[in-house]
Design a protein around this ligand. Sequence first.
Ligand code: NAD
Ligand code: MG
Length: 393
Amino acid sequence: MPETAKKNVVLLGATGSIGGSTLRVLREHPGRLELVGVAAHSSHAELAAICHEFNVPHATLSSEAAYAEAKAANNFPANTQLGCGDAGLLEISTLAEADIVLVAVVGACGLKPTLAAIEAGKDIALANKELLVLGGAFVIEAAKRKGVRLLPTDSEHNAIFQCLEGHPQQHLDKLILTASGGQFRDAPIERLASVTPADATQHPNWSMGPKITVDSATMANKGLELIEAHWLFGLEPNRLEVVIHPQSIVHSFAQFIDGSILAQLSPPSMTFAIQHCLLYPDRAPGVDATMDFSKTFQLDFKAPDLKRFPCLQLAYDAMRTGGSGPAIFNAANEVAVERFLAHELSYLDIPRVIEQTLSNINSATATDLDALLEIDHRARQVARNFSTMDRLL
Ligand code: NAD
Ligand code: MG
């Protein structure tokens, strides 16, 4: 395909935060990008509005109840084919006319549709990190075998991808991921015990979905991203570092063996990474204003305090354990965050749930996808059974 040919895009997670930023990019480039399929979980009215605006021929709702409501409301355009459930998600991920699938659903539910899209020969723009932490070995193997592009849309990995272009792997020394440090970076440590879901879903720099905003506060997000970087760029944990950078302007660094360090900068908006992936390898004017060096601003960096951020330490531990360690870390974290947001657990229980789940489940490597999904399932059960009594153990 020539670099400037029109691309047909499928957007999984169209009603979310990344979904919204993607729609802004699509509005800017109607001659270059065409939306041919959209998926969401349950917000059917919002999904219908997207189908009307972009004249989308295929849509799907993973919630069967929401699908029934949408049918009753008859709110989708007559020429939009509407699917539902797991089958609908798989169908839309493999549409014959799609060139690229942007995976922006939240959580491990993104794994099967991504694998299906790869098998169907689609390029992937990957915002969802959980699926790579769960099934990185399978995703990387499939993408290599099928010769499809796996374009990192997470801002740190997108930055690294841009910094590494044209550099042979043997010149690379290490990767340094930047992290904002979240909303409690400088809060007194005693304050963390009383953090509520309302506090933990507000981020100082980024406007994101609730799960990733909590993950940013605990820095489980950076832990997931270290594992994501391991799969995308093939480096072992001792060559992956994290630095706190409160302004979220430098999106990560690549350090080469001669000591030179490259970085990518842009204001904290996901449209830069999303557009880079969708138009890759071409470029075009962006949606958001970039840095203005006529104004004075500061860039600060400092090492993370692993006592304040035990989830980051646990992610390193899981990565060093290897095998299914990262999958167990991810499953336990997903459940812990869900239970925290439902007011069932406290903020400080999140690392406790992860630690307990990691120590309860054998982290031997899963040899096939079914075995991996079974480990994910068991880890979720252990994490669901965590009770506040376990704090005393
Ligand atoms: P969000 O909660 O705002 O949106 C999630 C979207 O996924 C919604 O459209 C929802 O309907 C859909 N969805 C959820 N479960 C689904 C299912 N089972 N089937 C189909 N659709 C489903 O989340 P978000 O902040 O946009 O994040 C999406 C992913 O991108 C996450 O994996 C997150 O870690 C990653 N990410 C987000 C940002 C960001 O700035 N928001 C940055 C980097 C990476
Ligand atoms: Mg990120």
